[in-house]
Design a protein around this ligand. Structure first.
Ligand SMILES: [Zn+2]
Length: 224
């Protein structure tokens, strides 16, 4: 059985476009927010809420189209593809599965780190995993990563919480900026419109040499 889950990467203007990047045809429409009474008490909801679609990981999720049309906005992350990639450990670059890529079942994570700070044990991230070859492609093309990056092989990635916009219970006005809320913080979880799934990185081994890792995984593909 082949161990490679690498899929063809989408290109735009000669540059690779990550799977989780949002496109101009995917602008976030205005959200039909309302205060609703749910099982856990009063909280944020949609006027026409469909709980099986709109609620994931204990939170209300932003509604947005998922069509990948128009132009990619390389600074914008698509909330639902990010959640899909993080929850199923799909590669953020090509969208293919990363599980089974390595015989030890560890997963590669890569973050921008201008100061060269390594990924530390137990830190939270909203950046989904990558294949080794996709990580090398990202480092070659992404301006932010070219200023510095840190990579690590990770054993476990338990879901930690969500990131999104918090709304004030009394006025339903949004608070400034994005907030990270743990699944243990149910009071704030009731009032967030989620746009990212965050996981904890456990069993972290830093990786300095992506080229060597690519050769490792190519070797694994040939011999498996
Ligand atoms: Zn990939």
């Amino acid at each position: 059985m082949s161990s490679s889950g690498v899929r063809p990467v989408t290109y735009w203007d000669g540059n690779p476009v990550p799977f989780i990047t949002a496109w101009s045809g995917e602008r976030v429409p205005s959200q039909p927010l309302a205060e609703i009474a749910g099982r856990g008490g009063t909280g944020l909801g949609f006027v026409d809420e469909q709980p099986l679609v709109d609620r994931q990981y204990y939170a209300l999720w932003v509604r947005m189209p998922a069509v990948r049309t128009g132009r990619p906005d390389l600074k914008a992350v698509h909330a639902l593809r990010q959640r899909q990639a993080m929850s199923r450990l799909l590669c953020q670059m090509c969208g293919g599965p990363t599980l089974g890529e390595r015989p030890d079942e560890r997963t590669l994570f890569l973050v921008g780190a201008a100061g060269g700070r390594p990924i530390s044990e137990g830190e939270q991230t909203s950046s989904p995993p990558l294949h080794a070859v996709c990580a090398r492609l990202a480092v070659e093309h992404c301006p932010r990563l070219r200023r510095g990056w840190a990579a690590a092989l990770v054993e476990y990635t338990p879901a930690w919480g969500v990131e999104g916009i918090l709304y004030r219970p009394d006025t339903l006005e949004p608070e400034e900026g994005l907030h990270s809320v743990s699944f243990l913080d149910t009071a704030r979880l009731h009032w967030i419109l989620a746009s990212r799934l965050l996981v904890t990185l456990e069993g972290v081994t830093p990786v300095d040499d992506l080229d060597a890792l690519c050769e490792d995984s190519e070797f694994a593909q040939i011999t498996s």
